[in-house]
Design a protein around this ligand. Sequence first.
Ligand SMILES: C[S@@+](CC[C@H](N)C(=O)[O-])C[C@H]1O[C@@H](n2cnc3c(N)ncnc32)[C@H](O)[C@@H]1O
Length: 186
Amino acid sequence: MVVAIDIDGDSIDHAQRTYPQVQFYACNVVDLGQLSLPSFDLACLFSSFYEFPDQQAALRVIRGVCRSGAHLSIFDYTQPEGGYLSAALSTEIGNPIVMETLIDWMKTEEWEVISVADVTDRFVRWYDALLYGFEKNQQAILTKFGRDWYNYVVSWYGELRNALATGHLGGSVIHATAAARQIPDG
Ligand SMILES: C[S@@+](CC[C@H](N)C(=O)[O-])C[C@H]1O[C@@H](n2cnc3c(N)ncnc32)[C@H](O)[C@@H]1O
């Protein structure tokens, strides 16, 4: 059984229509336990952790719905400890992972980190491709969304790409497993 959640109801409605075989729920990650689902074998957070307001609580709740030995995969933005992000990225960039902090939280919330793969160079290439796509499809984007929107996305994703290329931001894939517990899994 594959279950997917997002806090945004419109995204969930669209996803449910597109992938009817998956069970989708509009749910805040910290309320995941309230769905009363069977324990998970694998939890995959794809480019969502950086948006969670309480990341440690999310790790705790996800551990609570996983069996011991279950896998956790987090694909997300990272930032150096004490680093500085361009104001132009504003609050849209959320809270990129600070690896030292994440590793502390993982220990506290009963996750064992197995590996951390730095994929920043690939993030840079993906955003280069996105920016190239904006340029190539400029006319269609202008017609559909207008000049202000076009300028905004080109400038915001350009800032994001530069932050990645200069080491102010990074991208990583973290693999962890759910540590065995003193008390049985719920
Ligand atoms: C960059 S999008 C990625 C969406 C999806 N994982 C994908 O790859 O297409 C980040 C998503 O995190 C969701 N999100 C933010 N805070 C959340 C929360 N507290 N609980 C669940 N989802 C959340 C947002 O609604 C948004 O759809």
